[in-house]
Design a protein around this ligand. Structure first.
Ligand code: OAD
Ligand code: ZN
Length: 249
C-alpha cells in the first residue's frame, strides 16, 4: 500500500502544480447520483441495445419509442443531484483557472449544475431538443410538463433529442477544443468511463502521447489502464477524494 500511497501523493502534487489540466468523465461519475451507467452491471444497455435506441435509424423507425427513453432519462437526470465527485471537479477548476477543461460524455447536465463552467458536453445534453427542420436548439420544459415529442418554437417542426447518436459525428468545434486541451495538458484525469467509445476514448491516449501525467479513476480496468501512470480502482467519489480532497492526516 505504501507504493500506492506514494503514487497518490505524486498525483496530488502534480495536480496542485499543474497549470493545464484536462478531465474526461463518463457515466461512472454520475453513478453515485443514482444514474445508471451504460455498460457493466446495472447498466442501461443491459436492458436496451444501443443500436435499438441511440441511432438515427432507430429514431426514423420509431421516434416515439426513442423519445420515451430520452424523456425517462431526462426525468431521472432532473431528479438527481450532483455528487461529491462533481463538486471536487468544480473545486479543481477554481484552483487551476483558465488552463482547465472538463470534457464529458455525459448528457445528464450534472457537471454544470454542480457549478463547472469550463465544460464541453461532447455528446450533447438531455435537457435540450433540436429541430429536425431548422436546427433550432431549445430547452425542454420541466419533466412534469413535458410530453414528447417536442416541437420547435420557431417553425413548429418535430424536434429530436440534442444528443449525439451512434453513427453520427461529434460536433467538430467541441471535439477540437477537447483534443487541444488533452494535447496540451500536463495532467489528464479520466474518470468513470469505459473508454470504449471513440473518439472520446482516445483523448487519454492523446494526452499520454503528448507527455501528460495520466490518472484514471474506475472500479474496473479499461483499455486506458495500461497507459495510466496511476489507476485508482475505485469509485469516482472515493478516487477524487483521494486525489483532490483534504489530505488525510
Ligand atoms: P459506460 O457505461 O460505458 O462506462 C461506465 C464506466 O464507469 C465503466 O467503466 C464502469 O466501470 C465505471 N463505473 C461504474 N461505477 C463507477 C463509479 N461509482 N465511479 C467511477 N466509475 C464507475 O459509460 P461511458 O464510458 O460514459 O454515448 O460511455 C460512453 C458513451 O457510450 C456514452 O456517452 C454513450 C454510450 O453509448 C452515446 O450515447 C453516444
Ligand atoms: Zn424549427
Amino acid at each position: 500500500m505504501s507504493g500506492l500511497r506514494g503514487q497518490v501523493d505524486e498525483a496530488r502534487g502534480r495536480l496542485a502544480q499543474a497549470r493545464r489540466v484536462a478531465v474526461l468523465t463518463g457515466a461512472g461519475i454520475s453513478a453515485a447520483s443514482g444514474l445508471p451507467t451504460f455498460r457493466g452491471p446495472g447498466g442501461v444497455w443491459e436492458e436496451f441495445r444501443p443500436e435499438e435506441l441511440a441511432t438515427p435509424v432507430a429514431y426514423a423507425r420509431d421516434p416515439h419509442r426513442v423519445w420515451a427513453w430520452y424523456a425517462w432519462r431526462y426525468r431521472m437526470a432532473c431528479e438527481a443531484s450532483p455528487n461529491r465527485a462533481h463538486e471536487l471537479l468544480v473545486a479543481l477548476e477554481r484552483a487551476v483557472g483558465d488552463g482547465f477543461l472538463l470534457v464529458t460524455q455525459n448528457v445528464d447536465g450534472l457537471h454544470r449544475r454542480a457549478g463547472s463552467q469550463r465544460v464541453v458536453e461532447l455528446h450533447g445534453t438531455l435537457h435540450r431538443a433540436r429541430c429536425e427542420a431548422c436546427g433550432e436548439r431549445f430547452a425542454l420544459p420541466p419533466p412534469d410538463r413535458f410530453v414528447p415529442p417536442p416541437h420547435c418554437p420557431r417553425c413548429g417542426s418535430r424536434a429530436r433529442p440534442d444528443v449525439v447518436w451512434f453513427g453520427e459525428l461529434l460536433p467538430a468545434a467541441a471535439y477540437r477544443v477537447a483534443h487541444e486541451a488533452f494535447q496540451a495538458a500536463e495532467v489528464a484525469l479520466v474518470v468513470g468511463t469505459s473508454a470504449v467509445v471513440e473518439p472520446a476514448a482516445s483523448l487519454g491516449r492523446v494526452a499520454r502521447r503528448a507527455g501528460a501525467y495520466l490518472v484514471e479513476v474506475n472500479p474496473e480496468a479499461t483499455p486506458l489502464t495500461p497507459l495510466a501512470h496511476l489507476s485508482l480502482r475505485c469509485g469516482a467519489v472515493e478516487g477524487l477524494e483521494l486525489l483532490l480532497g483534504t489530505q488525510p492526516s
